[in-house]
Design a protein around this ligand. Structure first.
Ligand code: PLP
Length: 363
């Protein structure tokens, strides 16, 4: 990242470190579609073990891995229950309907988190009129919900309730290790309650690409078929998988630093007149905040910041912005972003500011 830019739009903006590039360059490879790529095989075995599951399958992206989970559990005509902000239901281009023929019912959770009462209220009799519910999806940490995380007891409650009713459970763990880090839970403690868990390597873990779906042997056999149908089965995939193995060794333990930087940012901007944020609600590396309408719109502030080398997107509403900390942002960058926001607001709303692009608004 050029020193002149503080990149807070998304943790997807991270670039591979020199160490990661070296791991990529030295990757042993084979034909993964034939099960012969040793690096992919090592990654899948490692992740299955880390989460205490039987098997895992490497995927190109979080969207692909989530949708492999949906396809594994659902048949045409089935219904998925998910919070109203959930990525699977909002930002995957209608993939549950397109790829699995499944409809999505949005629940009115808090901070992107749902509890048993909402799932219970969504239950319907088995009747020819109703779409049969098949899958309950949780997101942890939540993205648009606000970077929030589930207490283990809540996960346990929701998943136990879903399983008692014969539903499957899938976790969109795009930022799974951020959630584990924030709550101090082990990956196994969290994963134990889900049939399948999808985890992204291309976000806070800093890899150029790659996600993984973890679950039972039989579910992963089905998910592999989904991956092939979706055109995502690869050949010498050890090249990206080597980056993922590197990230497991070097980039999970450091996520707490991103969370500290998020706190630094949140507490800094909380002092600025015209900014609304409760830093106590910032749990991970995502910081959502609002600009008072009297000070302009989020798009205007985003555009003004951009001209000063601070990249923060307008996300999730006309007054709402999201800053995301990651391994390419240090404490100095965070403090510079805080100072620049204060300067922009001190100057007042600018009618001549260009609109922000919002190109990465939901990643
Ligand atoms: C919560 C969540 N799930 C899934 C995804 C999809 O990941 P990808 O962009 O790799 O498809 C994202 C991406 O931003 C996300 O934030």
């Amino acid at each position: 990242m050029p020193d002149s830019i503080v990149e807070l739009r998304s943790d997807t903006m991270t670039r591979p470190t020199p160490g990661m590039r070296e791991a990529i360059a030295n990757a042993e490879v084979g034909d993964d579609m034939s099960g012969e790529d040793p690096t992919v095989n090592e990654l899948e075995a490692r992740m299955a073990d880390l989460l205490g599951k039987e098997a895992a399958v490497f995927a190109c992206s979080g969207t692909q891995s989530n949708q492999m989970g949906v396809w594994t559990h659902c048949q045409t005509g089935d219904e998925i229950l998910i919070d109203k902000t959930g990525h699977i239901g909002n930002f995957e281009a209608g993939a549950p309907a397109v790829l699995s023929g499944a409809s999505v019912r949005m629940l009115d959770g808090q901070g992107g988190l749902i509890d048993v009462d909402l799932v219970q209220a969504a239950l319907r009799p088995i009747n020819q009129h109703f779409t049969p519910t098949r899958l309950v999806c949780l997101e942890n940490s939540t993205n648009i919900g606000g970077g929030r995380t589930y207490p283990l007891e809540q996960i346990e409650r929701v998943c136990a309730f879903a399983h008692e009713r014969g539903f499957k459970t899938h976790l969109d763990g795009a930022r799974f290790f951020n959630a584990c880090t924030a709550r101090g839970y082990t990956p196994r403690e969290v994963a134990a309650h889900f049939d399948t868990v999808s985890i992204c390597f291309s976000k806070g873990l800093g890899c150029p690409m790659g996600s993984i779906l973890v679950g039972s042997q039989s579910d992963i056999v089905r998910a592999r078929r989904a991956r092939k149908i979706f055109g995502g089965a690869l050949r010498q995939a050890g090249i990206p998988a080597a980056a993922c193995l590197y990230a497991i060794e070097h980039h999970i333990d450091r996520l707490s630093i991103d969370h500290e930087h998020a706190q630094l940012f949140a507490r800094g901007i909380a002092e600025i007149d015209g900014i609304r944020i409760n830093p106590d609600e910032v749990e991970t590396n995502l910081v959502f905040f609002e600009i008072d309408p009297a000070c302009g719109t989020a798009a205007e502030l985003s555009a003004a910041l951009r001209t000063r080398g601070v990249h923060i997107n307008n996300v999730g509403g006309p007054q709402r912005l999201r800053a995301c900390t990651h391994l390419d942002v240090d404490a100095d960058g965070v403090l510079r972003a805080v100072k620049t926001i204060a300067e922009c607001l001190a100057e007042g709303p600018g009618a001549d500011r260009p609109a922000a692009s919002g190109a990465y608004a939901h990643a």
